[in-house]
Design a protein around this ligand. Structure first.
Ligand code: FES
Length: 374
């Protein structure tokens, strides 16, 4: 995950030394950090989480988020990173920081996590594209290690075979857990002997996967492997997530079992919004952020609140704009809103009045928000 995020929530950073740096492909690399004894508790994490790394790039301080590729039981923090362009911030991180250097690293966070069920027989399917493999790798290692009966299927899309990051780690896993893990590689820019593996992971490909790979189930003659799927994990770009999440949903997986992590800002809804609302004009909005009070008026309630505040150039916190990352979480202190989609907040948080501004439509003439959660 690489993106600079303005965070309304206070994030705790610590200096960590780079213990290992490794080139994975021509534009991906990994960093492993040394965790001093006194910080071990602070850096405990769950599979699927990320840390933010603060560093200097072209004389400016930047904060990028990167997902852990290590699994919690490995007791180390290893991150996977992609260099998108030679002038990008991750490229600077790769060029300017080496083993022995210190970086400011935040305590782990993120909710692309699953509840561990070591005594169950589960079927878990993962879809990853490019560097989207990072949190999926952490999940796969962790689940295979902790859940002796769970079987897993990974569908991993890349431009070509040369672009596959973590291939060796994946092959090692497939060997170690050959009875419970199957991995399939897809290439969008490299012809494959079998046409099945050529092209992007999308709705069409999912139908083929369901019919040709996840079909007959040896453990249950009455059903298919796809029918037995308990959880789906998806990580990659917004379009891919939207496409696959909707396709999985249309193929019968409940939304609560489809988990995704977005690696870029995405200005679209993951699931289509079908509801309509009575029009309200001149919506009064008051909000608090980093101790400062703001007041404004939204022309109508047709667009979501965060998107309208951004148009008015307020420095409100956001990242995905799709209800996934939680950066825009705030408390509704007055008024009424409709939270259209929520892939982040827990039921308890919703009960306490927490909302995601990027997925909320105003339903009252006046609303009051507080982005200062801590
Ligand atoms: S910006 Fe990511 S949940 Fe709102």
């Amino acid at each position: 995950m690489e993106q600079q995020i303005y965070k309304g929530k206070l994030t705790q950073f610590h200096w960590l030394k780079i213990a290992k740096k490794e080139e994975l492909t021509k534009n991906t690399f990994s960093l492993e950090f040394e965790i001093p004894e006194n910080l071990k508790e602070n850096f405990k994490f769950e599979a699927g989480q990320f840390v933010s790394v603060k560093f200097q790039s072209n004389g400016q301080e930047v904060i990028n988020d990167y997902s852990m590729t290590s699994a919690p039981y490995e007791k180390k923090i290893t991150l996977g990173m992609k260099i998108n362009s030679s002038s990008g911030t991750t490229s600077q991180l790769s060029r300017n920081y080496n083993v022995g250097d210190q970086l400011l690293v935040s305590e782990p966070s993120g909710r692309f996590t699953l509840i561990s069920k070591p005594s169950e027989f589960r079927t878990i399917v993962g879809f990853a594209a490019g560097i989207g493999i990072t949190p999926i790798l952490s999940h796969f290692k962790d689940i295979l290690h902790n859940e002796p009966r769970t079987r897993m299927f990974l569908f991993f899309g890349n431009k070509s075979s040369e672009d596959i990051a973590y291939r060796q780690d994946l092959e090692n896993l497939a060997k170690k857990y050959s009875d419970r893990l199957q991995i399939f590689y897809f290439y969008s820019q490299e012809k494959t002997a079998n046409n099945f593996f050529y092209g992007r992971l999308d709705e069409k490909k999912l139908s083929l996967i369901i019919n040709q790979i996840l079909h007959l189930d040896d453990t249950d003659e009455e059903s298919t492997i796809w029918d037995a799927v308990d959880e789906v994990l998806i990580c990659g770009k917004g379009e891919m997530i939207k496409n696959l999440a909707n396709a999985c949903y249309h193929h019968g997986i409940p939304k609560k079992n489809i988990h995704f992590e977005l690696f870029e800002e995405f200005n679209d809804d993951i699931y289509p919004i079908e509801k309509e609302f009575p029009l309200i004009e001149n919506v009064e909005v008051e909000f608090k952020m980093l101790g400062k009070e703001y007041q404004t008026e939204l022309p109508t309630n047709k667009e979501k609140i965060l998107q309208q505040l951004l148009v008015q150039k307020f420095p409100v916190p956001y990242s995905c704009k799709s209800g996934i990352c939680g950066s825009c979480e705030c408390i509704l202190e007055e008024g009424e809103v409709e939270l259209l989609e929520n892939e982040y907040l827990t039921e308890k948080e919703e009960e306490k009045g927490h909302i995601l501004a990027c997925m909320s439509i105003a339903k009252s003439k006046k609303i009051k928000l507080n982005f200062d959660l801590s």
